[in-house]
Design a protein around this ligand. Structure first.
Ligand code: AMP
Length: 426
Protein backbone atom coordinates (compact mmCIF):
# COMPACT_ATOMS: atom_id res chain seq x y z
CA UNK A 1 0.00 0.00 0.00
CA UNK A 2 1.21 3.51 -0.78
CA UNK A 3 0.26 6.95 0.51
CA UNK A 4 -0.92 7.90 -3.00
CA UNK A 5 -3.75 5.39 -2.63
CA UNK A 6 -5.43 7.62 -0.05
CA UNK A 7 -5.94 10.24 -2.78
CA UNK A 8 -4.77 12.99 -0.49
CA UNK A 9 -4.21 16.53 -1.65
CA UNK A 10 -0.88 16.68 -3.60
CA UNK A 11 0.39 19.25 -1.09
CA UNK A 12 0.00 16.66 1.66
CA UNK A 13 1.79 14.03 -0.39
CA UNK A 14 4.63 16.53 -0.65
CA UNK A 15 4.64 16.89 3.15
CA UNK A 16 4.70 13.11 3.54
CA UNK A 17 7.70 12.90 1.21
CA UNK A 18 9.42 15.70 3.12
CA UNK A 19 8.99 13.65 6.32
CA UNK A 20 10.62 10.70 4.58
CA UNK A 21 7.65 8.37 5.05
CA UNK A 22 7.53 5.75 2.32
CA UNK A 23 4.75 3.39 3.23
CA UNK A 24 1.85 3.92 5.61
CA UNK A 25 2.14 2.09 8.94
CA UNK A 26 -0.68 -0.37 9.82
CA UNK A 27 -2.63 2.19 11.85
CA UNK A 28 -2.33 4.71 9.03
CA UNK A 29 -3.56 2.13 6.51
CA UNK A 30 -6.60 1.41 8.64
CA UNK A 31 -7.43 4.77 10.17
CA UNK A 32 -6.83 7.25 7.34
CA UNK A 33 -9.63 5.99 5.03
CA UNK A 34 -12.09 5.91 7.95
CA UNK A 35 -11.24 9.43 9.14
CA UNK A 36 -11.48 10.67 5.55
CA UNK A 37 -15.09 9.43 5.54
CA UNK A 38 -15.82 11.70 8.53
CA UNK A 39 -16.41 8.71 10.79
CA UNK A 40 -15.61 8.73 14.51
CA UNK A 41 -12.67 6.53 15.45
CA UNK A 42 -11.73 4.63 18.56
CA UNK A 43 -8.02 4.01 18.04
CA UNK A 44 -6.26 1.48 20.23
CA UNK A 45 -2.67 2.01 19.46
CA UNK A 46 0.56 2.07 21.35
CA UNK A 47 3.15 4.79 20.97
CA UNK A 48 5.48 4.59 18.03
CA UNK A 49 2.93 3.16 15.63
CA UNK A 50 2.57 6.32 13.54
CA UNK A 51 -0.80 7.26 15.02
CA UNK A 52 -0.13 11.01 14.89
CA UNK A 53 0.05 11.09 11.09
CA UNK A 54 -2.92 8.69 11.04
CA UNK A 55 -5.16 11.45 12.38
CA UNK A 56 -3.28 14.55 11.20
CA UNK A 57 -3.26 13.72 7.50
CA UNK A 58 -7.05 13.35 7.10
CA UNK A 59 -7.59 16.40 9.31
CA UNK A 60 -5.29 18.45 7.09
CA UNK A 61 -7.14 17.11 4.07
CA UNK A 62 -10.41 18.44 5.52
CA UNK A 63 -8.86 21.80 6.41
CA UNK A 64 -7.41 22.44 2.98
CA UNK A 65 -11.05 22.95 1.99
CA UNK A 66 -13.35 25.47 3.65
CA UNK A 67 -12.66 28.61 5.60
CA UNK A 68 -9.33 29.46 7.15
CA UNK A 69 -8.77 31.72 10.15
CA UNK A 70 -10.90 29.85 12.71
CA UNK A 71 -10.14 26.93 15.03
CA UNK A 72 -11.53 23.93 13.15
CA UNK A 73 -9.51 21.08 14.67
CA UNK A 74 -8.76 20.69 18.37
CA UNK A 75 -6.25 18.09 19.51
CA UNK A 76 -6.05 17.52 23.24
CA UNK A 77 -2.96 15.77 24.64
CA UNK A 78 -1.74 15.05 28.18
CA UNK A 79 1.68 16.74 28.15
CA UNK A 80 3.33 19.74 26.62
CA UNK A 81 6.00 17.55 25.03
CA UNK A 82 3.39 15.46 23.26
CA UNK A 83 1.44 18.60 22.27
CA UNK A 84 4.60 20.14 20.87
CA UNK A 85 5.36 16.97 18.94
CA UNK A 86 1.91 16.77 17.39
CA UNK A 87 2.17 20.44 16.47
CA UNK A 88 5.54 19.88 14.78
CA UNK A 89 4.19 16.89 12.84
CA UNK A 90 1.19 18.99 11.77
CA UNK A 91 3.40 21.81 10.59
CA UNK A 92 5.70 19.51 8.68
CA UNK A 93 3.02 17.39 7.06
CA UNK A 94 1.06 20.52 6.22
CA UNK A 95 4.04 22.62 5.20
CA UNK A 96 2.81 23.07 1.63
CA UNK A 97 -0.70 24.00 2.70
CA UNK A 98 -1.96 27.25 4.22
CA UNK A 99 -3.21 25.51 7.35
CA UNK A 100 -1.73 26.89 10.55
CA UNK A 101 -1.23 25.01 13.80
CA UNK A 102 -0.51 26.41 17.23
CA UNK A 103 -0.01 25.06 20.74
CA UNK A 104 -1.69 25.84 24.03
CA UNK A 105 -0.14 24.49 27.23
CA UNK A 106 0.85 25.67 30.69
CA UNK A 107 4.28 26.44 32.09
CA UNK A 108 5.00 29.15 29.52
CA UNK A 109 3.66 32.67 29.07
CA UNK A 110 0.09 33.01 27.87
CA UNK A 111 0.82 36.04 25.77
CA UNK A 112 2.55 34.28 22.89
CA UNK A 113 -0.21 31.71 22.75
CA UNK A 114 -2.90 34.38 22.78
CA UNK A 115 -1.08 36.34 20.06
CA UNK A 116 -0.76 33.22 17.89
CA UNK A 117 -4.46 32.51 18.32
CA UNK A 118 -5.27 36.07 17.40
CA UNK A 119 -3.20 35.79 14.21
CA UNK A 120 -5.34 32.79 13.35
CA UNK A 121 -4.89 29.02 13.47
CA UNK A 122 -7.02 26.22 12.14
CA UNK A 123 -5.40 23.52 14.31
CA UNK A 124 -4.90 23.95 18.05
CA UNK A 125 -2.94 21.32 19.95
CA UNK A 126 -3.64 21.79 23.63
CA UNK A 127 -3.20 20.46 27.12
CA UNK A 128 -6.49 20.60 29.05
CA UNK A 129 -5.69 23.09 31.85
CA UNK A 130 -4.35 25.97 29.77
CA UNK A 131 -7.01 25.43 27.14
CA UNK A 132 -9.75 25.99 29.72
CA UNK A 133 -7.80 28.89 31.11
CA UNK A 134 -7.59 30.64 27.73
CA UNK A 135 -11.20 29.86 27.02
CA UNK A 136 -12.09 31.51 30.33
CA UNK A 137 -10.10 34.55 29.16
CA UNK A 138 -12.10 34.52 25.91
CA UNK A 139 -8.83 34.13 24.01
CA UNK A 140 -10.01 31.10 22.06
CA UNK A 141 -13.24 30.40 20.24
CA UNK A 142 -14.11 26.71 20.17
CA UNK A 143 -17.52 27.10 18.62
CA UNK A 144 -16.31 26.28 15.10
CA UNK A 145 -14.46 23.08 15.94
CA UNK A 146 -15.25 20.38 13.38
CA UNK A 147 -12.85 17.67 14.60
CA UNK A 148 -11.80 16.79 18.12
CA UNK A 149 -8.88 14.45 18.81
CA UNK A 150 -8.26 13.09 22.29
CA UNK A 151 -4.78 11.62 22.21
CA UNK A 152 -3.43 9.27 24.88
CA UNK A 153 -6.77 9.40 26.64
CA UNK A 154 -5.73 6.79 29.22
CA UNK A 155 -2.74 8.90 30.20
CA UNK A 156 -4.92 11.98 30.53
CA UNK A 157 -7.18 10.14 32.93
CA UNK A 158 -4.16 8.85 34.89
CA UNK A 159 -3.02 12.43 35.23
CA UNK A 160 -6.40 13.52 36.60
CA UNK A 161 -7.60 15.41 33.52
CA UNK A 162 -10.94 13.64 33.19
CA UNK A 163 -13.00 16.48 34.75
CA UNK A 164 -11.21 19.03 32.52
CA UNK A 165 -11.92 16.92 29.45
CA UNK A 166 -15.59 16.79 30.33
CA UNK A 167 -15.64 20.57 30.65
CA UNK A 168 -13.90 20.96 27.28
CA UNK A 169 -16.46 18.67 25.65
CA UNK A 170 -19.23 20.99 26.79
CA UNK A 171 -17.59 23.88 24.97
CA UNK A 172 -17.54 22.16 21.60
CA UNK A 173 -20.25 21.89 18.95
CA UNK A 174 -22.18 18.63 19.27
CA UNK A 175 -22.02 18.17 15.54
CA UNK A 176 -18.40 17.19 15.04
CA UNK A 177 -16.06 14.31 14.25
CA UNK A 178 -14.31 12.78 17.26
CA UNK A 179 -11.14 10.70 17.16
CA UNK A 180 -10.23 8.99 20.39
CA UNK A 181 -6.84 7.37 20.90
CA UNK A 182 -5.71 5.33 23.86
CA UNK A 183 -3.10 2.66 24.41
CA UNK A 184 -5.21 0.91 27.04
CA UNK A 185 -8.94 0.66 27.72
CA UNK A 186 -9.65 0.72 31.44
CA UNK A 187 -13.30 1.04 32.47
CA UNK A 188 -13.45 4.83 32.84
CA UNK A 189 -11.87 5.31 29.42
CA UNK A 190 -14.33 2.91 27.85
CA UNK A 191 -17.20 4.85 29.45
CA UNK A 192 -15.84 8.18 28.24
CA UNK A 193 -15.41 6.81 24.74
CA UNK A 194 -18.97 5.42 24.77
CA UNK A 195 -20.44 8.77 25.71
CA UNK A 196 -18.60 10.92 23.20
CA UNK A 197 -18.21 8.73 20.12
CA UNK A 198 -20.97 8.30 17.61
CA UNK A 199 -20.97 4.88 15.97
CA UNK A 200 -17.19 4.73 15.96
CA UNK A 201 -15.00 2.49 13.88
CA UNK A 202 -12.56 0.72 16.18
CA UNK A 203 -9.04 0.62 14.84
CA UNK A 204 -6.72 -1.57 16.83
CA UNK A 205 -3.13 -2.12 15.94
CA UNK A 206 -1.61 -5.24 17.45
CA UNK A 207 -2.48 -6.24 20.93
CA UNK A 208 -1.65 -3.56 23.43
CA UNK A 209 1.88 -4.74 23.85
CA UNK A 210 5.32 -3.29 23.40
CA UNK A 211 6.49 -2.82 19.84
CA UNK A 212 7.73 -6.03 18.31
CA UNK A 213 10.86 -4.40 17.01
CA UNK A 214 12.22 -4.08 20.55
CA UNK A 215 14.26 -6.82 22.20
CA UNK A 216 14.10 -7.00 25.96
CA UNK A 217 16.60 -8.01 28.62
CA UNK A 218 16.57 -7.98 32.40
CA UNK A 219 19.65 -7.20 34.46
CA UNK A 220 19.19 -8.44 38.01
CA UNK A 221 21.10 -6.15 40.37
CA UNK A 222 20.83 -4.79 43.89
CA UNK A 223 19.83 -1.17 44.14
CA UNK A 224 23.20 -0.11 45.52
CA UNK A 225 25.06 -1.48 42.49
CA UNK A 226 22.88 0.04 39.78
CA UNK A 227 25.11 2.95 38.95
CA UNK A 228 28.19 0.78 38.50
CA UNK A 229 26.19 -1.67 36.42
CA UNK A 230 24.96 1.17 34.25
CA UNK A 231 28.48 2.44 33.66
CA UNK A 232 29.70 -1.05 32.83
CA UNK A 233 26.78 -1.66 30.50
CA UNK A 234 27.37 1.62 28.69
CA UNK A 235 31.05 0.71 28.37
CA UNK A 236 30.34 -2.67 26.92
CA UNK A 237 27.43 -1.94 24.63
CA UNK A 238 27.55 -0.26 21.27
CA UNK A 239 24.84 2.29 21.80
CA UNK A 240 23.41 5.13 19.79
CA UNK A 241 21.04 7.43 21.63
CA UNK A 242 20.21 6.11 25.06
CA UNK A 243 17.15 7.02 27.08
CA UNK A 244 17.39 6.13 30.76
CA UNK A 245 14.32 6.06 32.99
CA UNK A 246 14.44 6.69 36.70
CA UNK A 247 11.78 6.89 39.36
CA UNK A 248 12.13 10.43 40.68
CA UNK A 249 13.03 13.92 39.52
CA UNK A 250 15.89 13.97 41.98
CA UNK A 251 17.33 10.71 40.67
CA UNK A 252 17.11 12.03 37.11
CA UNK A 253 19.07 15.11 38.00
CA UNK A 254 21.65 13.24 40.08
CA UNK A 255 22.25 10.47 37.55
CA UNK A 256 22.60 12.88 34.62
CA UNK A 257 25.15 14.85 36.63
CA UNK A 258 27.07 11.69 37.53
CA UNK A 259 27.16 10.54 33.91
CA UNK A 260 28.30 13.96 32.83
CA UNK A 261 31.14 13.82 35.35
CA UNK A 262 32.16 10.44 33.93
CA UNK A 263 32.56 12.07 30.53
CA UNK A 264 29.24 11.11 28.96
CA UNK A 265 27.23 13.70 27.13
CA UNK A 266 24.12 13.38 29.27
CA UNK A 267 21.20 15.59 30.18
CA UNK A 268 18.20 15.26 32.44
CA UNK A 269 14.51 15.63 31.62
CA UNK A 270 12.33 15.97 34.69
CA UNK A 271 9.29 17.84 35.82
CA UNK A 272 11.07 20.43 37.98
CA UNK A 273 12.79 21.88 34.95
CA UNK A 274 11.30 24.90 33.19
CA UNK A 275 9.67 24.28 29.85
CA UNK A 276 12.63 25.93 28.12
CA UNK A 277 15.14 23.75 29.92
CA UNK A 278 13.15 20.64 29.03
CA UNK A 279 13.00 21.64 25.41
CA UNK A 280 16.76 22.27 25.40
CA UNK A 281 17.33 18.75 26.73
CA UNK A 282 15.04 17.16 24.16
CA UNK A 283 16.46 19.21 21.29
CA UNK A 284 20.01 18.52 22.43
CA UNK A 285 19.25 14.81 22.50
CA UNK A 286 17.54 14.90 19.12
CA UNK A 287 20.33 16.84 17.47
CA UNK A 288 23.10 14.71 18.98
CA UNK A 289 24.50 17.18 21.49
CA UNK A 290 23.65 14.61 24.16
CA UNK A 291 23.97 10.86 23.77
CA UNK A 292 22.06 10.11 26.93
CA UNK A 293 18.85 11.50 28.31
CA UNK A 294 17.88 10.61 31.89
CA UNK A 295 14.14 11.06 32.29
CA UNK A 296 11.19 10.52 34.55
CA UNK A 297 8.00 9.00 33.17
CA UNK A 298 5.84 12.10 33.12
CA UNK A 299 8.51 14.35 31.62
CA UNK A 300 9.21 11.84 28.89
CA UNK A 301 5.71 11.71 27.47
CA UNK A 302 5.76 12.71 23.87
CA UNK A 303 9.51 12.62 23.37
CA UNK A 304 9.73 11.86 19.73
CA UNK A 305 13.33 11.24 18.95
CA UNK A 306 13.94 8.69 16.27
CA UNK A 307 16.87 6.33 16.44
CA UNK A 308 16.88 5.74 20.16
CA UNK A 309 18.94 2.56 20.23
CA UNK A 310 18.46 1.73 23.91
CA UNK A 311 15.93 2.38 26.59
CA UNK A 312 17.35 1.53 29.99
CA UNK A 313 14.96 1.19 32.89
CA UNK A 314 17.37 2.10 35.65
CA UNK A 315 14.38 1.94 37.96
CA UNK A 316 11.52 -0.37 37.20
CA UNK A 317 8.32 1.47 36.19
CA UNK A 318 5.24 1.23 38.41
CA UNK A 319 2.97 -0.50 35.94
CA UNK A 320 3.07 -2.71 32.88
CA UNK A 321 1.50 0.13 30.96
CA UNK A 322 4.31 2.48 31.95
CA UNK A 323 6.80 -0.16 30.76
CA UNK A 324 5.07 -0.24 27.38
CA UNK A 325 5.15 3.52 27.11
CA UNK A 326 8.79 3.75 28.09
CA UNK A 327 10.07 1.20 25.70
CA UNK A 328 7.80 2.63 22.99
CA UNK A 329 10.52 5.27 22.74
CA UNK A 330 12.79 2.82 20.96
CA UNK A 331 12.02 0.51 18.08
CA UNK A 332 9.81 3.21 16.55
CA UNK A 333 8.31 2.88 13.11
CA UNK A 334 10.03 -0.29 11.97
CA UNK A 335 13.45 0.45 13.51
CA UNK A 336 14.87 -1.99 16.02
CA UNK A 337 15.85 -1.16 19.57
CA UNK A 338 16.82 -2.73 22.86
CA UNK A 339 15.19 -2.35 26.24
CA UNK A 340 17.32 -3.13 29.30
CA UNK A 341 15.68 -3.22 32.71
CA UNK A 342 17.55 -3.27 36.00
CA UNK A 343 15.54 -5.42 38.38
CA UNK A 344 15.68 -6.34 42.05
CA UNK A 345 13.80 -9.09 43.84
CA UNK A 346 11.01 -6.64 44.65
CA UNK A 347 10.29 -6.23 40.93
CA UNK A 348 9.54 -9.91 40.26
CA UNK A 349 5.76 -9.50 40.28
CA UNK A 350 5.79 -6.80 37.65
CA UNK A 351 8.34 -8.71 35.59
CA UNK A 352 5.93 -11.66 35.47
CA UNK A 353 3.12 -9.37 34.28
CA UNK A 354 5.33 -7.91 31.54
CA UNK A 355 6.35 -11.39 30.44
CA UNK A 356 2.70 -12.35 30.26
CA UNK A 357 2.00 -9.35 28.05
CA UNK A 358 4.95 -10.14 25.80
CA UNK A 359 3.99 -13.80 25.73
CA UNK A 360 7.57 -14.83 26.37
CA UNK A 361 10.13 -15.04 29.11
CA UNK A 362 12.57 -12.14 29.08
CA UNK A 363 16.22 -13.03 28.99
CA UNK A 364 18.10 -12.47 32.28
CA UNK A 365 21.59 -11.19 31.68
CA UNK A 366 24.53 -11.09 33.98
CA UNK A 367 27.51 -9.02 33.01
CA UNK A 368 30.62 -11.10 33.03
CA UNK A 369 33.27 -9.78 35.37
CA UNK A 370 30.92 -7.33 37.08
CA UNK A 371 31.18 -7.20 40.84
CA UNK A 372 27.61 -7.78 41.96
CA UNK A 373 28.55 -7.44 45.63
CA UNK A 374 26.51 -9.34 48.17
CA UNK A 375 23.44 -11.16 46.89
CA UNK A 376 20.50 -8.77 46.98
CA UNK A 377 18.45 -9.29 50.09
CA UNK A 378 16.31 -6.32 49.36
CA UNK A 379 18.45 -3.96 51.40
CA UNK A 380 19.86 -0.83 49.91
CA UNK A 381 23.59 -0.55 49.99
CA UNK A 382 25.37 2.71 49.62
CA UNK A 383 26.84 3.17 46.18
CA UNK A 384 29.70 5.07 47.75
CA UNK A 385 30.33 2.26 50.23
CA UNK A 386 33.68 0.67 50.91
CA UNK A 387 33.36 -2.18 48.43
CA UNK A 388 36.32 -2.67 46.17
CA UNK A 389 35.87 -1.59 42.62
CA UNK A 390 36.54 -4.23 40.04
CA UNK A 391 39.14 -3.44 37.45
CA UNK A 392 36.57 -3.64 34.71
CA UNK A 393 34.31 -1.04 36.24
CA UNK A 394 37.10 1.33 37.15
CA UNK A 395 36.41 4.24 34.84
CA UNK A 396 40.04 5.28 34.85
CA UNK A 397 40.97 1.92 33.48
CA UNK A 398 38.10 1.53 31.08
CA UNK A 399 38.54 5.01 29.72
CA UNK A 400 41.91 4.05 28.30
CA UNK A 401 41.46 0.29 28.20
CA UNK A 402 39.74 -1.80 25.61
CA UNK A 403 36.19 -3.04 25.80
CA UNK A 404 35.82 -6.73 26.22
CA UNK A 405 33.20 -9.36 25.41
CA UNK A 406 30.92 -6.88 23.87
CA UNK A 407 28.27 -7.72 21.37
CA UNK A 408 29.07 -5.24 18.69
CA UNK A 409 26.57 -3.84 16.32
CA UNK A 410 28.62 -2.43 13.46
CA UNK A 411 25.89 0.04 12.50
CA UNK A 412 25.87 1.88 15.80
CA UNK A 413 28.78 3.50 17.48
CA UNK A 414 29.12 3.66 21.21
CA UNK A 415 28.73 6.96 22.97
CA UNK A 416 32.38 6.69 23.86
CA UNK A 417 33.48 6.36 20.23
CA UNK A 418 31.37 9.33 19.24
CA UNK A 419 32.81 11.36 22.08
CA UNK A 420 36.33 10.41 21.09
CA UNK A 421 35.66 11.44 17.54
CA UNK A 422 34.06 14.71 18.60
CA UNK A 423 37.07 15.46 20.77
CA UNK A 424 39.54 14.69 18.02
CA UNK A 425 37.59 16.88 15.62
CA UNK A 426 37.47 19.82 17.87
P1 AMP B 1 3.85 8.25 16.48
O1 AMP B 1 3.31 6.92 16.86
O2 AMP B 1 2.85 9.09 15.77
O3 AMP B 1 4.46 8.96 17.66
O4 AMP B 1 5.03 8.03 15.42
C1 AMP B 1 6.21 7.38 15.74
C2 AMP B 1 7.34 7.73 14.80
O5 AMP B 1 7.13 7.14 13.52
C3 AMP B 1 7.53 9.21 14.54
O6 AMP B 1 8.93 9.46 14.55
C4 AMP B 1 6.98 9.42 13.16
O7 AMP B 1 7.60 10.52 12.50
C5 AMP B 1 7.31 8.11 12.49
N1 AMP B 1 6.39 7.73 11.39
C6 AMP B 1 5.06 7.92 11.34
N2 AMP B 1 4.55 7.41 10.21
C7 AMP B 1 5.57 6.87 9.52
C8 AMP B 1 5.68 6.17 8.26
N3 AMP B 1 4.63 5.94 7.50
N4 AMP B 1 6.90 5.77 7.88
C9 AMP B 1 7.97 6.00 8.67
N5 AMP B 1 7.96 6.64 9.86
C10 AMP B 1 6.76 7.06 10.29
Amino acid sequence: MTFEQFNLDPRLNAGIRAMGYQTPTPIQQRAIPVVLQDRDVLGLAQTGTGKTAAFILPILQRLTRGKLGRVRALIVAPTRELAEQIHQDTRQLGQKTRVRSTTVYGGVSKKRQVDALRRGAEVVVACPGRLLDLHGDRAIDLSKVEVLVLDEADRMCDMGFLPDIKRILRLLPRERQTLFFSATMPQEIRELADTILDDPETVQVDAIAPAKTVSHALYPVSSGRKKELLLTTLEQTATGRVLIFVRTKHRARALATDLDKKGYRASALQGNMSQNARQRSIDGFRKGRYDILVATDVASRGIDVSDISHVINYDMPDTVDAYTHRIGRTGRAHKSGEAFTFVGQEDEKLVRQIEKLLGARIERRTVEGFDYGRPDNGQRTSSSGSRSRSARTDPRRSRSGSRKHKSYNPRSRSARERRAQAQSVG
